[in-house]
Design a protein around this ligand. Structure first.
Ligand SMILES: Cc1cc2nc3c(=O)[nH]c(=O)nc-3n(C[C@H](O)[C@H](O)[C@H](O)COP(=O)(O)OP(=O)(O)OC[C@H]3O[C@@H](n4cnc5c(N)ncnc54)[C@H](O)[C@@H]3O)c2cc1C
Ligand SMILES: *[C@@H]1O[C@H](CO)[C@@H](O)[C@H](O)[C@H]1NC(C)=O
Length: 327
């Protein structure tokens, strides 16, 4: 079972299918139901790192009662068991969490979920938590598991917590939080600019497009990284592009190797003009990456986490607020 997951980390596309089969076969033996709600929200959140007030969407009660059961609950922290983890690059790991193999995670494209981990107590002796959002990259229709790809920062509070998790350990998760409501064919052509672990929401959307035979959306992705070694799931992206003529991927790296054939340096106006769909009503450009890249490309989101104005390269090329979405 571990080897399927290792292949996924190396991103051979077949690994997704195999991992899925492996999962359903072994799930009954390994499965333990998530231990349910932990002391709800009342006590502890010291602060919410990311909170997009207008975008928080709760599953309506009716669908929760009458629809198919979902593993996630937007109102409760639920424990999920780490099934397996694998190294994707020198600083990034893939984590597979398992749950009831008869249910789906319960998330629409494009959404993230919240994780929390205890970090000591406050002055009154209440538990303090660090809370961070992450974007599942597994198929939301998969039953019994979800995958997170996480960059581990040397001093990162939550990512260090992840790095220390061992198979069998549990993680507290709440959600989903909907970011952008994607619907098939909502735009003719979607351009994407991602940096580093900012690839995760793009993967969620690309997978949704290519798995739906009725979705004709074209996708053009520019993926920026420090060096070729930092490119996450490159094999997977290459196979997606090779097997779907409407999906193209252009890589650029700050520190190219001698044999590097992709783009060199930061994302440029030239890359945007040549690599992305031109500004227009049928175009949407999605941007996700570290603050420096966001500043250069589109401007960061506003302080209140609203979209803010479009600036940077995208503004220079003529994209307006309605054509750009910042994750
Ligand atoms: C909607 C959304 C989805 C996301 N999805 C993903 C995903 O799928 N995968 C992923 O890897 N990440 C994702 N992120 C980012 C993630 O939520 C965290 O921000 C990230 O993992 C860092 O959290 P941390 O607690 O490990 O690091 P933090 O403790 O927040 O620190 C982050 C970095 O800043 C440095 N730092 C901390 N404090 C300071 C300081 N005072 N001065 C200077 N440097 C400092 C740390 O050393 C570290 O390098 C997403 C973010 C958002 C908003
Ligand atoms: C690719 O895009 C074209 C429109 O540019 C569309 O007609 C066609 O159906 C798409 N193909 C797929 C496989 O989605």
């Amino acid at each position: 079972m571990a080897s399927f997951f290792q292949k996924l980390a190396k991103a051979a596309p077949i690994a997704f299918t195999q991992a899925y089969r492996g999962q359903s076969k072994s799930a009954s033996a390994n499965f333990r139901f998530p231990i349910g709600a932990i002391a709800a929200v009342s006590g502890g959140i010291s602060y919410i790192y990311y909170y997009s007030s207008s975008k928080v969407v709760y599953l309506d009660e009716a669908s929760e009662d009458s629809g198919p059961p979902m593993a996630l609950n937007p109102n409760k922290w639920i424990e999920f068991k780490l099934q397996d983890k694998a190294q994707v690059s020198h600083n990034t790991q893939l984590f597979r969490f398992s749950f009831d193999p008869s249910v789906k995670l319960g998330l629409d494209i494009a959404s993230c979920l919240l994780t929390r981990a205890p970090i000591g107590e406050d002055a009154e002796g209440k538990k303090k938590y660090v809370v961070r959002p992450y974007t599942p990259i597994s198929d939301p229709d998969a039953k019994g598991y979800f995958d997170l790809m996480i960059k581990v920062y040397p001093e990162g509070k939550m990512s260090q917590h992840f790095a220390k998790l061992k198979p069998g350990d549990v993680l507290e998760v709440k959600g989903p939080i909907e970011k952008l409501r994607y619907s098939p064919n909502m735009k003719k052509h979607i351009g994407m600019i991602a940096g580093g672990s900012g690839i995760t929401p793009m993967l969620q959307i690309i997978e949704a497009i290519v798995k739906n035979p009725d979705d004709n959306t074209k996708v053009s992705l520019i993926y920026a990284n420090v060096s070729p070694d930092d490119i996450l799931l490159k094999k997977k992206l290459d196979v997606l592009a090779a097997s779907h003529p409407n999906v193209t991927v252009y890589y650029t790296v700050d520190n190219p190797t001698n044999d590097w054939v992709g783009g060199k340096g930061y994302i440029s106006k030239d890359m945007v003009v040549k690599g992305l769909p031109a500004p227009g009503d049928d175009t949407l450009i999605l941007v996700c990456g570290p603050p420096g890249m966001m500043e250069l490309v589109s401007g960061n989101k506003a302080k209140d986490y609203s979209q803010g104005e479009v600036s940077g390269l995208l503004k220079d090329v003529g994209y307006t607020e309605s054509m750009v979405y910042k994750f």
